[in-house]
Design a protein around this ligand. Structure first.
Ligand code: HEM
Length: 456
């Protein structure tokens, strides 16, 4: 077997597999090359994938001065804007994280909890027993509206509504399937006018900017203390030097939150419903726990339910929304597990592969939330939200939201998959989704079982 820092040449077919079906590519590569390996794609793009927990620990605990984050996000092109968290140098990155984190943690969650439940209830109003629906279209209505309200917060005035439409279009285009090809094949990133995908994307970003700047100016002139959205909170947030974010920084971070926060949460929820309805014993155990809740309006208590928490953890293990952590490009030569990597080497922690290691997760292809009851995995074995200083800023909010959506739907309706065959996976942004739409049927209104023994 080659040392982990020596590349294995890949064919065009393998490049296309990596772009279109990255989970299969990662599984096949582990079989061929072992847990940690380097590949060279046509076009001389060399990437090292790490999935052994010790190697992941090495890369996630290497001092941040060792990396060139600007180069690390080159692959994403203008998707990651100049002042986005993902592109910033060390000092600005720290500063932005300090400003953003409070908006996505702690007491703020209670404010968002009611909104999440209301949006889910509104979506379910379309359901009748016997109807079938495309699960993604339903989940999307909740996750999209919640994210837009939480991040920007809209009113009924004309500019606000235009801004909402522009945000929607931006999210939709960046999460379309063909956008994935544009991300990994930079020669496609050319502006061929408003009818081309790339041209439309660039114009939408501009349009968004032109709508957001006056919105920021207005919110600064007429502060409204009733607003609870992240944009408003960031407008008044100050760093240690007493400085606020500039309007350019605000705009870029708002776009970052919209683009990182939507698909990840939507896909995970989709997989959670899929796995629960393929695994009756897991669904039964979850329902017993849901039925034991005496006050369904107590969102804090709901989000602390052990089996519900384990269900979300197991979903993010088996189908992580982001298969590989953000690329880490070395700014200086560095040793990883004793192997010397030259400056410029591109290293990706493989979340998907680390979370399917047989040694840590027996029968890794099986959905078993019980794995997470009474057992804690190390942050290098279980890392659906990445790790180190680039750890996902939205992880608390995302988990809070996913638990509440799952709880609200399952405590009201009984559902079934209309097709019980296993699904094929295809790339969707940084993760994978079922190749065909997941369709479900509403089989009954859920009747709460009283006095159900809960065994968690
Ligand atoms: C199931 C939901 C989600 C998953 C699985 C997820 C996963 C991840 C992962 C793996 C990373 C890269 C971390 C690394 O390379 O170490 C990341 C980064 C990030 N995520 Fe999430 N995410 C989710 C939801 C969200 C939400 C809801 C938001 C915001 C509203 C968000 C905002 C971000 C941002 C801004 C970064 C970049 C952080 C930085 O570079 O400092 N994510 N996420």
């Amino acid at each position: 077997m080659k040392p982990i820092n020596e590349p294995h040449k890949q064919s065009l077919r393998q490049l296309l597999k990596w772009i279109n079906n990255p989970a299969d590519f990662l599984e096949e590569s582990i079989q061929r090359y072992g847990e940690d390996y380097t590949v060279e794609f046509p076009g001389k793009n060399v990437i090292t994938f790490l999935s052994n927990p010790k190697s992941i620990e090495d890369i996630l605990t290497t001092p941040r001065e060792t990396f060139d984050f600007e180069r690390g996000v080159e692959v994403f092109g203008p998707l990651v804007r100049k002042h986005s968290l993902m592109r910033l140098d060390i000092a600005s990155h720290k500063r932005h994280r300090q400003l953003i984190m409070p908006a996505l943690h702690g007491d703020r969650m209670r404010l968002y909890g009611r909104l999440i439940c209301e949006m889910t209830e509104k979506m379910m109003q379309q359901w009748r027993v016997g109807t079938t629906f495309n699960l993604k279209n339903c989940i999307h209505q909740v996750t999209l509206n919640v994210l837009l309200d939480v991040v920007i917060g809209f009113t009924k005035d004309e500019r606000s509504q235009k801004l909402r439409r522009a945000s929607l279009s931006l999210i939709e285009i960046a999460n379309s399937q063909s956008f994935g090809f544009h991300m990994f094949l930079p020669f496609l990133q050319i502006d061929l006018g408003p009818w081309s995908l790339w041209g439309r994307f660039l114009r939408l970003q501009k349009e968004f900017e032109e709508l957001l700047y006056p919105e920021i100016a207005q919110r600064l002139q007429q502060p409204d203390s009733d607003r609870t959205d992240i944009l408003t909170m960031l407008l008044s947030a100050k760093d240690e030097q007493g400085e606020s974010m500039s309007k350019e920084e605000l705009c870029d971070e708002v776009i970052t939150l919209l683009l990182t926060g939507y698909d990840t949460t939507t896909m995970t929820l989709l997989w959670a419903f899929y796995w629960l309805h393929k695994t009756p014993q897991a669904l039964e155990r979850l329902m017993a726990e849901i039925d034991s809740v005496s006050d369904p309006s107590d969102t804090k208590k709901i989000t602390q339910l052990p089996y519900l928490t384990a269900t979300i953890q197991e979903t993010t293990r088996i189908n992580p929304a982001i298969l590989v952590g953000a690329p880490r490009v070395l700014a200086t030569a560095t040793k990883i597990r004793g192997y010397e990597f030259a400056s410029g080497a591109e290293i990706w922690p493989s979340i998907y592969s680390a979370q399917r290691r047989q040694e840590v997760y027996p029968e890794p292809e099986k959905f078993q939330p019980e794995r997470f009851l009474g057992r804690q995995y190390s942050p290098y074995e279980f890392l659906p939200f990445g790790g180190g200083y680039r750890f996902c800023v939205g992880n608390v909010f995302a988990q809070y939201q996913m638990k509440l959506v799952l709880f609200t739907i399952l405590s009201n309706y009984e559902l079934a998959l209309t097709d019980s065959r296993p699904v094929r996976r295809v790339r969707r942004g940084p993760g994978v989704q079922p190749a065909k739409p997941l369709r479900m049927k509403v089989t009954a209104r859920h009747r709460r079982q009283s006095h159900v023994p809960v065994s968690v």
